[in-house]
Design a protein around this ligand. Structure first.
Ligand SMILES: [Zn+2]
Length: 207
């Protein structure tokens, strides 16, 4: 998703749960995943190029880091790890076909975006789940507005260019991706709330 959308969704899901300084660190860590250093050779950060299992493993790894950091002095690294974690879960809905699979499961009568279940086990484990492949250089040209149509004309349908739901320009399915990403961000917070001791939880939320 585009950086301002990551920020907006994070604030919507977590704004009430963290202190302002914690939220700012979480937002900065989320944003940093989309810097060039986080784009090259890091498909798992964004669920690009069918890195489904690696993306899931990365989420678990960052969750483990949140917990380990909270058991050590200081709290910054816990917020940074959580910011990285939620970037990846948010990208899951805009870079894989999860939304399409969920809509297909309701064929004919799609419920409203607010009804989407972001963690349907049968869809997450489906053989049909895949993400957009990045075909260079065409997928890079996609990001240059006046070359977008040219690159789409040449890109295959399983490309990032065709599959992404990164912004409202992608149409109605973007609203489902956005709703799912916000719910999943809250869900990841709830998982930690259950796992952490009250002392660790207070340290984490900083309020
Ligand atoms: Zn990303």
């Amino acid at each position: 998703m585009l950086i301002p959308i990551h920020e907006e969704m994070t604030c919507e899901a977590l704004g009430a749960h963290f202190s302002q300084r914690a939220l700012e660190v979480i937002l900065a860590a989320n944003r940093k995943q989309d810097a060039l250093s986080g784009q090259i050779g890091h498909d798992e950060f964004h669920f690009d190029n069918n890195a489904i299992e690696r993306g899931m493993a990365y989420i678990n790894e960052q969750r483990g880091l949140v917990i380990a950091s909270l058991l050590s002095p200081g709290v910054l690294s816990a917020w940074v790890a959580f910011g990285r974690l939620i970037h990846t879960v948010q990208d899951f809905y805009s870079h894989t076909n999860y939304v399409s699979l969920w809509l297909d499961a309701h064929d004919g009568t799609p419920p409203a975006p607010s009804e989407i279940d972001p963690v349907r086990k049968d869809l997450i484990e489906s053989q049909k789940l895949h993400s957009g492949r990045i075909y260079l250089p065409l997928d890079a040209l996609y990001f240059i507005p006046f070359l977008r149509n040219f690159s789409l004309g040449l890109l295959p349908k399983d490309s990032h260019g065709w599959m992404n739901l990164d912004s409202p320009k992608q149409g109605v399915r973007f609203e489902y991706a956005r709703a799912a990403a916000i719910k999943r961000t809250g869900y990841e917070f709830d998982i930690l709330k259950k796992i952490l001791t009250p002392e660790m939880f207070t340290k984490f939320t900083d309020i």
